[in-house]
Design a protein around this ligand. Structure first.
Ligand code: SF4
Length: 316
């Protein structure tokens, strides 16, 4: 049995790999790249079959952020020439979300620049979310932030939390492995993996550190550490994986469709072709994403956003 076979076996048993295992994946030579992908594919196949979940981003408030996260094109004082607008109107949110659903998305993520929504911010978008959910009851709608306590709170509230990473910021293999082990501690349902988009006008504008091969190794490491979580290939896949994107589908089970928050992605039609050409299928709204052993209750609880305390009629 090779070291990759035993790593795959561990992941299939949902055993945590060692830090040395994770580093071996990141440091593996190009000659072993296909073996790394094949080992990760065994795990992906067991928990997610050949399904690819499609997610769609709607940037409901772009740029103008009071924070200054150094990697971000929307940060305070950013010189990146990105679209800047305050909160979209509910009708605009609805139109954008529905465009994603028409293109095949199963999950719509509503994202607003800033560290955390205020109650007023939540009220602002809740009307649009309620209307959208009424029309598309099987579509998942999420807004998310990046803090660990949010992940824990979301879980306690019965929501499906996601928490991920951005690779390619000049980090070491050790730092990358530590981040993914820390994510595993949080046990999120989904782990979005972003590859840094080096926007001109941001401090990391010159950081082109990734190769397609390194991206595949990073994704494989995440799969081995979080074997039964939805590993979602997020921003930067087109520019960093380039022609190796279809290989990544053998590791991840979820991608974003269409454009990102402030940059353009591959046309949705090309994503659908790529999925079909690689022998995968788009996950339907009636198909469960997570494997059966993960708690299902998170999918069932819907927070009330109508009736008493709201401006919307009750459901009776
Ligand atoms: S939009 Fe988010 S990541 Fe970007 S600067 Fe603001 S808080 Fe940071």
């Amino acid at each position: 049995m090779t070291w990759l076979d035993s790593l795959a076996e561990k992941a299939l048993a949902r055993e945590l790999p060692t830090r040395a295992d994770a580093l071996n994946v990141l440091k593996s030579p190009d000659d072993e790249l296909m073996d790394v992908v094949a080992a990760a594919f065994k795990v992906r196949l067991r928990y997610f079959g050949r399904r690819v979940k499609l997610n769609y981003l709607v940037n409901i408030k772009s740029g103008l952020c009071p924070e200054d996260c150094f990697y971000c094109s929307q940060r305070r004082g950013s010189a990146a020439d990105v679209l800047k607008y305050t909160w979209l109107k509910p009708t605009e949110v609805l139109e954008s979300a529905e465009a994603g659903v028409r293109a095949g998305a199963k999950r719509v993520c509503l994202v607003a620049s800033g560290r955390g929504p205020t109650n007023a911010d939540i009220t602002r978008v809740s009307t649009a979310i309620t209307e959208f959910k009424a029309k598309n009851p099987d579509i998942e709608v999420y807004s998310y932030q990046d803090r660990a306590d949010t992940v824990k709170t979301a879980k306690q509230a019965g929501l499906s939390p996601c928490s991920g990473l951005i690779a390619g910021m000049g980090e070491s293999d050790e730092e990358l492995a530590d981040v993914v082990f820390a994510l595993r501690e949080l046990d999120p349902d989904s782990v979005p993996v972003n590859f840094l988009i080096p926007f001109e006008g941001t401090p990391l504008g010159g950081e082109w550190n990734l190769t397609p091969q390194r991206c595949l190794r990073i994704l494989a490491m995440v799969r081995f550490i979080c074997p039964d979580a939805e590993v979602r290939l997020a921003g930067g896949r087109e520019i960093h994986l380039r022609s190796l994107q279809p290989l990544a589908l053998h590791i991840v089970n979820s991608i974003f469709l269409g454009d990102y928050l402030t940059s353009e992605g591959q046309p949705g039609g090309r994503d659908l072709e790529m999925i079909a050409d690689a022998g995968f299928t788009v996950e339907g709204t009636d198909e469960r994403t997570l494997p059966g052993h993960r708690p299902a209750y998170r999918d069932l609880v819907r927070l009330r956003r109508r009736g008493p305390g709201t401006t919307l009629p009750a459901n009776a």
